[in-house]
Design a protein around this ligand. Sequence first.
Ligand code: GDP
Length: 453
Amino acid sequence: LPQVIIIGRPNVGKSTLFNRLVGKRLALVDDQPGVTRDRRFGEAHLLGLDFTIVDTAGWEDEDEASLPGRMRQQTEAALQGADVALFVIDARAGLTPLDEEIARYLHQSTVPVVLVANKAEGKAGDHGLFESYALGFGDPVPLSAEHGQGMADLFEALLPHLDDKQPEFEPFETDEDGEEHDLSAPLKLAIVGRPNAGKSTLINAMLREDRLLTGPEAGITRDSIAVDWTWTDPASGEQRPVRLIDTAGMRKKAQVTDKLEKLAVADARHAIDFAEVVVLLLDATRGLEHQDLKIASMVLEEGRALIIAINKWDVAENASGLYNGVRAALDEGLAQVRGLPLLAVSARTGKGLDDLIKAAFDLRAAWSKRVPTSALNRWFDDALAKNPPPAPGGKRIKLRYITQAKTRPPGFVLFGTRLDELPTSYQRYLVNGIRRELGFDAVPVRLTLRTAK
Ligand code: GDP
């Protein structure tokens, strides 16, 4: 990871900024006595930028008289190996001789400097903010580390320095809860669908043994909830673990038929809690029904990866007409995610089952992946050039950066001005571009707008 070092005189808010950037990952900070006494290291994550942050505050509580000398020593040591220095001043207090001293030796260093005017919430910091231009580091970034304001501006100031030093795609990904996910871990897969679509038969066929009950009457009682098994990829011979969630098995008792319709939705809701990838099973003899669309949009709203499979293909009439009809109905009913994977399977004959599982693994990988900020913004510049954002009232909306802030599902943050005026059609243009051109096809993608000051 690239290294960013926080420099500044005592009390300007270095540690507050450090804690803000590290967040709940604070536990990773190494405070072994003697080793990092005078510097703290943390893993920072700022709107899709990852870096190591170094706080130099540790030596401050010692003797006042020798402060400038020791500060210089510490700072010089810390600057070794740093990619960027965040030079923090207190916008409320204004510049002090010590700030000017630090500025002098930062100018002698080759490390790029981003000037941060902290405590700038409200108007109280304006004076220090204007004064700080005199330090010769260009535009200061007004910030309130305490209140978390100005982080988008900080991101923008850091991006040019850290962009090409970002880690490339890794198989380990972190979701919004900071939990790590391993793509070699079992694929959490759920099969949902209306009663009688053939869910149990499909699960049995996948497991190739009669571990679950199936029968001609809908809603038969089952107890199994999750089944762990290993799928062998017939193409490569590779063995991959799967945890299959049998939602119908969560149902305690067989119910009367009209209630079963509602139960299909309830089952799907449970499945969503467990699964990474959800397969919505349709019945070829019935096509796509209203209930199916309802389940599909619920899965997508919850940000899960979704595959549609048409079962009972062995008895399908007018197969290609059926397929195209379902495809069209899906694209119309779920316009936000055109091009969902649509597969034809037969639980009875086993046709299409390996393709289905393969598609589920591929989809999980796309759903978990992170695009490096540099690649993302190369695509972004190109997308804006091809189709510039509109100019309501004759003034063009300015879009500045985009960053991937999370995975599982992928979430992107767009920075710019007057974003409240950005038409949804333009947002859709960007989301479609992300999905089609950056390898997120068929994955629900979220876009958040963040107006930068
Ligand atoms: P569930 O309620 O979704 O779990 O559905 P079941 O697995 O109990 O299957 C309902 C009925 O559809 C049973 O009679 C199955 O034998 C039948 N069925 C399931 N899959 C297929 C298939 O691929 N082809 C045909 N022809 N029938 C199937």
